[in-house]
Design a protein around this ligand. Structure first.
Ligand code: FSX
Ligand code: SF4
Ligand code: F3S
Length: 367
């Protein structure tokens, strides 16, 4: 697909390049690579994509489609040939089933399978059926002819909300069922659309999948804990904690650890990439991170429960915290973006371990 076609999708050249620069940074590539990424996004031979939905709220597709300025979804839909997507396609019923069948046959061995939603396995998988077939059957059949699989969201990656104890339907993630295909997990409930876009762009630019961590997530997006580049981190290190929603400590932008923030154990780039094109993320608007990219935290640990911190890691940079203002006292430019450009080695946590909260309640002002 040529350059004009990308622009015809409603995205201006300027916005297109801006998005490619952002995705290049997210992938951890040097700035100069953005032209190569842009070329890959516009090259001919769009990869065929089949997108299946199982147990989920469709928030993953929604967050992708609602992204704008520049419109990430426009770019993705222009870069790939989306042959089947139950909530976007016009056809329905037998017509839709036929198109799925035709696409799998025509592109056998070549298509990317995107999966959204968990897969119920209990009682022969009867708790999720599409077109008379169980989710397990649909997934197994579609995975058979796929070149690679991308799971979008924590549900498809690890089971998600429906796998919360007692997991009544026996919901699991794709990697629990499919063992013979490369799988890239993009968890988050929902995940940041830029992480999905960057993964697709990485594949188009380098003709291979990105390096993954032990949970199958691209290291470029999930390689660090959000606690390392959180704008409230100077408050954590200084022992200043919000103790109740809406009180002074909360309004001052103090650290949300004592309200249950799971940031110290959550690997994601939320505080750097941010959401909704307006620069926010859960912690910036006063809500503790609920660990939505982590299979053992999301819906497994109560939101308000305080985390036991193991293997503490230092912040990516120390920025000054200004007291006496509403909201977090440090700008993202002073923390996340600087951290994105610079970064520091992980693991030097011995000094910080001494500073970890002791568990007692209350606002600990150290000065
Ligand atoms: Fe799951 Fe996605 Fe959470 Fe919802 O579809 S990751 S419930 S935001 O939307 O799968
Ligand atoms: Fe930020 Fe949460 Fe870490 Fe506090 S505990 S610094 S709010 S990530
Ligand atoms: Fe999820 Fe925590 Fe980011 S809840 S969106 S990983 S801040």
């Amino acid at each position: 697909m040529g350059k004009e076609a990308v622009l015809r999708g409603g995205v201006s050249r300027r916005d297109f390049m801006k998005t490619c620069v952002a995705a290049t940074a997210i992938m951890g590539l040097p700035y100069s690579m953005h032209t190569k990424v842009a070329e890959a996004a516009q090259k001919a031979g769009r990869p065929p994509v089949i997108w299946l939905h199982f147990q989920e709220c469709t928030g993953c597709s929604e967050s992708l489609l609602r992204s704008g300025h520049p419109d990430v979804s426009e770019l993705i839909l222009d870069m790939i040939s989306l042959d089947y997507h139950e909530t976007l396609m016009v056809g329905s019923g037998h017509q839709a089933e036929q198109s799925l069948h035709d696409s799998m046959k025509a592109n056998h061995g070549k298509y990317i399978l995107v999966v959204e939603g968990g897969i119920p396995t209990k009682d022969n998988g009867i708790y999720c059926k599409v077109g008379g077939k169980t989710a397990v059957d649909s997934l197994t059949t579609a995975a058979e002819g796929a070149a690679a699989i991308i799971t979008i969201g924590t549900c498809a990656s690890y089971g998600g909300i429906q796998s919360a104890p007692p997991n009544p339907t026996g919901a699991v993630g794709v990697r629990d069922l499919i063992k013979n295909k490369p799988i890239v997990n993009i968890p988050g409930c929902p995940p940041n659309p830029y992480n999905f876009l960057s993964t697709v762009l990485y594949y188009l630019t380098f003709n291979k999948l990105p390096e993954l961590d032990a949970l199958g997530r691209p290291k470029f997006a999930y390689g660090r804990k959000i606690h390392e580049h959180c704008e409230r981190r100077p408050h954590f290190d200084a022992g200043r904690f919000a103790t109740a929603y809406g009180d002074k400590t909360h309004a001052e932008g103090y650290c949300l650890y004592k309200l249950g923030c799971k940031g110290p154990a959550t690997f994601a780039n939320c505080s750097v990439t941010r959401f909704n094109d307006v620069g926010v993320w859960p912690v910036s608007v006063g809500h503790p991170c609920i660990g939505c990219t982590e299979p053992d935290i999301l819906f497994k640990k109560p939101i308000a429960e305080k985390l036991q911190i193991h293997l503490p890691t230092p912040p990516d940079t120390y920025a000054p915290a200004e007291l006496g203002q509403k909201g977090p006292g440090v700008s993202p430019a002073a923390t996340g973006l600087v951290g994105l450009a610079g970064g520091v080695a992980l693991g030097a946590g011995a000094m910080l371990a001494k500073k970890l909260p002791s568990g007692e309640e209350g606002h600990e002002k150290h000065d």
